[in-house]
Design a protein around this ligand. Structure first.
Ligand SMILES: NC(=O)c1ccc[n+]([C@@H]2O[C@H](COP(=O)([O-])OP(=O)(O)OC[C@H]3O[C@@H](n4cnc5c(N)ncnc54)[C@H](OP(=O)(O)O)[C@@H]3O)[C@@H](O)[C@H]2O)c1
Length: 314
C-alpha cells in the first residue's frame, strides 16, 4: 500500500470507529452531491451518518429543529434546510408550525421516503383517545400519510394511555418509530415496565453546559437513542462567543457551532440544530470532515455546568 492509500485507510478506519461509537450499525445516507458544491467549491459529497434505532429504523444523525420557526419563516426555513441537504425535520404540536413545516416539505418536492419527520404529542393531549386525535391532527397539518417518529413531549398527564395509543398507531404503520422526550431515568423505566413496544428515543436538553451524563449512561444501558434538543443551548450562556470552544475551532478551521455539533456527534447523540439562516444551515452540516481528539473532548467535558439553561421550563 502506498503512503497516500495507507493514510486514507487510517483516516477511514478512524472515521468508522467514531461511526461505530455513534451507532453499532452506522451507515451513510448519501445526499445529492451538487447541493454542496457552493460550500466546498467542488462537487464534494457530504453524507449524514445514520443511527439504527432499536426497532431497526435508520435515522439521520443530524437534523433540523424548527421550534419558533412559524408562518412564512417556518415554511421558508424548512424548504431551505431540505434544499441544502437536511433529511430529518423535527417539529411538535406545541410549536404551532406543523402547517408551515408541511408547506416547506411540499414545496421542496422531495420524495416522502427520503425524509424523516418527527412530531410530538403535547401534554394537553395526553391519554388514549386524545392522543389518537392529536396524532391525526398533526398528520393532517403536516399533509403527510405517516410520521417517522412520534414522541411524548413531556412526562405529564396520562402517559400510559398515550403510549397505548402510540403503540396502536405504530402497529398500524402510521408511525415508523415511537419515543419520548424530557423523561428522566425513573420515568423512562416506569414506561418501559408496561410498554409492549420499547421507546426508540429520549429527546432531552443536552449541550456543552448541560451534558446530562447520568441520562447519557442510562440510555446506553437501555438501548434507547439519546437526541439533543437545544444542541447550542439556543445561544444561551454566551455559547457562540465561548473562548474555549473558539480556541478549539481555530485549530481545525471550524466555527464554534461546528465544534459543538461535532462534539455531540462523537458522543453518539443525534442533534437537531435550528437556524433561520441558510448559511448557518450549511455550516451546521459541515462537521463530518474533521475529528476532535480525546484531549479536546475532555476540555469540552469540563464546560459542563450540570444545570439546565431553561429553568423556565422546569
Ligand atoms: N423536546 C423538547 O422539549 C424540545 C425543547 C426545545 C427544542 N427542541 C427541538 O430542538 C431544536 C433545537 O433547539 P433550539 O431551537 O432551542 O435551539 P438551538 O438549535 O440550540 O439554537 C438555535 C440558535 O442557534 C443559532 N444558530 C444556529 N446555527 C448557528 C451557527 N452556525 N452560528 C451561529 N448561530 C447559530 C440560531 O440562530 P440563527 O437562526 O440566526 O441561525 C438560533 O438562535 C428545536 O428547534 C426543536 O426542534 C425540543
Amino acid at each position: 500500500m502506498d503512503k497516500k492509500n495507507q493514510s486514507d485507510g487510517i483516516k477511514r478506519r478512524r472515521f468508522l470507529q467514531i461511526g461505530s461509537a455513534f451507532a453499532a450499525s452506522a451507515i451513510y445516507l448519501p445526499l445529492s452531491g451538487n447541493l454542496f458544491g457552493a460550500l466546498s467549491g467542488n462537487n464534494a459529497k457530504i453524507s449524514i451518518p445514520t443511527v439504527k434505532l432499536n426497532n431497526g429504523l435508520l435515522m439521520p444523525g443530524l437534523g433540523f429543529g424548527t421550534n419558533t420557526l412559524t408562518g412564512d419563516i417556518g415554511e421558508r426555513s424548512v424548504y431551505d434546510a431540505i434544499s441544502v441537504g437536511y433529511r430529518l425535520i423535527d417539529t411538535a404540536t406545541v410549536y404551532g408550525n406543523e402547517e408551515s413545516v408541511g408547506a416547506g416539505i411540499k414545496k421542496s418536492g422531495i420524495k416522502r421516503e427520503e425524509l424523516f419527520v418527527t412530531s410530538k404529542l403535547w401534554v394537553d393531549d395526553s391519554g388514549y383517545e386524545n392522543s389518537k386525535k392529536a396524532f391525526q391532527t398533526s398528520l393532517s397539518k403536516l399533509g403527510l400519510g405517516y410520521l417517522d417518529l412520534y414522541l411524548i413531549h413531556r412526562p405529564r398527564g396520562d402517559v400510559k394511555g398515550s403510549w397505548k395509543a402510540m403503540e396502536e398507531l405504530y402497529s398500524q404503520g402510521k408511525i415508523k418509530a415511537i419515543g419520548v422526550s424530557n423523561f428522566n431515568p425513573d420515568q423512562l423505566a416506569e414506561l418501559m415496565a408496561y410498554a409492549n413496544i420499547k421507546p426508540v428515543i429520549n429527546q432531552v436538553e443536552t449541550h456543552v453546559f448541560f451534558q446530562e451524563n447520568i441520562i447519557y449512561e442510562d440510555l446506553k444501558k437501555k438501548d434507547v437513542q439519546m437526541e439533543a434538543w437545544s444542541p447550542f443551548a439556543a445561544g444561551r450562556n454566551g455559547i457562540f462567543s465561548n473562548e474555549t470552544l473558539a480556541a478549539i475551532g481555530k485549530k481545525y478551521n471550524k466555527s464554534i457551532a461546528q465544534v459543538v455539533l461535532r462534539w455531540h456527534f462523537q458522543r453518539g447523540i443525534v442533534v437537531i440544530p435550528r437556524s433561520s439562516q441558510k448559511a448557518h444551515m450549511i455550516e451546521n452540516l459541515n462537521i463530518f470532515d474533521f475529528e476532535l481528539p480525546k484531549s479536546d473532548m475532555q476540555i469540552i467535558a469540563k464546560l459542563d455546568l450540570n444545570t439546565t439553561q431553561f429553568p423556565e421550563w422546569e
